[in-house]
Design a protein around this ligand. Structure first.
Ligand code: FES
Length: 241
């Protein structure tokens, strides 16, 4: 990462260092609402060791909780570099720009798992949203290499900022902004695009209680590091269509 970081104060609460490239140009909407910084958090494995970008298995579904303790994020090492400068549009018509992936191959991306259609998301019991490998088939789209929400068959292209490529989803999945450092470590620093966190916390109170010990605990922001595991270790059941 370029070390010319500087500090940005957002909403009076989050003080984090982010790379200049992330706050240039059109990454944030003019009113600043589409890009939010959160705690800068290092991705680690279950034993607390840093996740290294070059060691990720391509097309594996990884998951970590970010930016809240109770919100799940999908991490992917795509088979090729993610596209750059993709113009995306929220359901309210606001435009924002997906800048691309991180890592040596620019293929590492992360997205909130909360489907903007009806809030299906990765959880510890059963999971209907996940990445379908390039050579796998899905009913949601005529090709693999997409994230599919099996609840109503929405498909998102993770190479293009999770642009909707099938089904009823009204907007892309929110991007979790990553940094890749010179020592190959990966850090989550913010959220790009319209997220559904507010609706999600309102809609899943029993789940928050069961899986995170209550809504208040689930809403806490993740600090320092985020344990990152393969999806099959996080959830009991992965349902794919
Ligand atoms: S909730 Fe994801 S497609 Fe409906």
């Amino acid at each position: 990462m370029q070390r010319r970081d500087f500090i940005k104060l957002v909403g009076g609460v989050s003080l984090v260092a982010i790379a200049p490239s992330l706050i240039e140009g059109e990454l944030r909407a003019a009113d600043g609402t589409l890009f939010k910084t959160y705690n800068k958090v290092q991705l680690t494995d279950a034993d607390g060791n840093p996740i290294l970008a070059s060691k990720l298995t391509k097309e594996e579904n990884y998951v970590f909780n970010y930016p809240h303790v109770g919100t799940t994020t999908m991490l992917l090492a795509l088979p090729k570099a993610a596209d750059k400068e993709i113009k995306l549009v929220s359901e309210d018509g606001e435009e924002y720009i997906f800048k691309g992936g991180v890592g040596k191959e620019s293929n590492i991306v992360a997205y909130s798992s909360i489907c903007p259609h009806q809030l299906t998301h990765i959880n510890k019991e059963d999971t209907f949203i996940s990445y379908t490998k390039t050579d796998e088939k899905t009913m949601a789209c005529d090709h693999g290499g997409v994230i599919v929400c099996g609840s109503h068959m929405s498909a998102y292209d993770p190479h293009k900022g999770c642009k909707v490529v099938g089904g009823p989803a009204p907007q892309p999945l929110a991007t979790i902004v990553l940094e890749h450092h010179d020592d190959d470590t990966i850090w989550a620093v913010g959220v790009l695009g319209p997220d559904k966190f507010h609706d999600y916390f309102k809609s899943f109170k029993p789940e928050m209680k069961e899986q995170y010990g209550g809504k208040r605990k689930a809403k806490k922001l993740v600090k320092d590091n985020a344990q990152t595991v393969v999806l099959s270790e996080f959830t009991k059941d992965i349902i794919k269509y």
